[in-house]
Design a protein around this ligand. Structure first.
Ligand SMILES: [Ca+2]
Ligand SMILES: [Ca+2]
Length: 177
């Protein structure tokens, strides 16, 4: 596995542990869904419900596939397994990625503006400078929008074990403090 892939996974593990107890658990995904839905001001209830359902589905897959010691939580060592066999997570990750990106395009045109992207990614916990760099790496249009599909692809690529130099690596770079 590439060092970049480990760094990407370490970062999302830290952010996904929304209640800060050092493990991923069901509560984290409810908290994250609350935060993301609160940030998705322009989205309707159906899109928000789809997001929450996708977050829960993602958690259900993570715990079913990765909780090897059966304590109902996923430790970082267990979580690393998600990049070792990404095919086991394809469906759940796709639902997660597509419902999140759909929240970013509330007007139904499949386009995500920079402010909406920033708000949703900040709700997950990424740093503003890194989010901006990621948006730029996705190649926004002249009116500063990206395709929701590009974002969804970027989320899936983020978990790839053998990729480096991808847009998602911008999320891991230390921001200038
Ligand atoms: Ca937790
Ligand atoms: Ca466990």
């Amino acid at each position: 596995m590439r060092a970049e892939a480990i760094n990407r996974v370490r970062l999302v593990f830290t952010l996904f542990d929304a209640n800060g107890n050092g493990y991923l658990d069901a509560d984290d995904f409810e908290l994250m869904a609350d935060n993301v839905n609160e940030a998705a001001r322009g989205s309707d209830a159906a899109a928000k419900d789809a997001m929450r359902t996708a977050f829960r589905g993602y958690w259900a897959t993570l715990v079913a596939e990765l909780d090897t010691d059966g304590d109902g939580k996923v430790s970082f060592d267990e979580f690393r397994g998600c990049v070792l066999s990404p095919e086991r997570f394809d469906t759940a990750l796709e639902g997660f990625a597509e419902s999140l990106a759909a929240l970013g395009a509330p007007e139904g045109d499949g386009l995500v503006t920079r402010p909406v992207f920033m708000a949703l990614m900040r709700a997950i916990g990424f740093a503003p400078a890194n989010i901006g760099a990621l948006f730029d790496a996705f190649g926004p249009s002249e009116d500063d929008r990206i395709e929701a599909a590009t974002w969804a692809e970027g989320i899936k690529e983020y978990y790839a074990p053998d990729k480096a130099g991808i847009p998602g690596d911008h999320l891991v770079e230390a921001s200038a403090a």
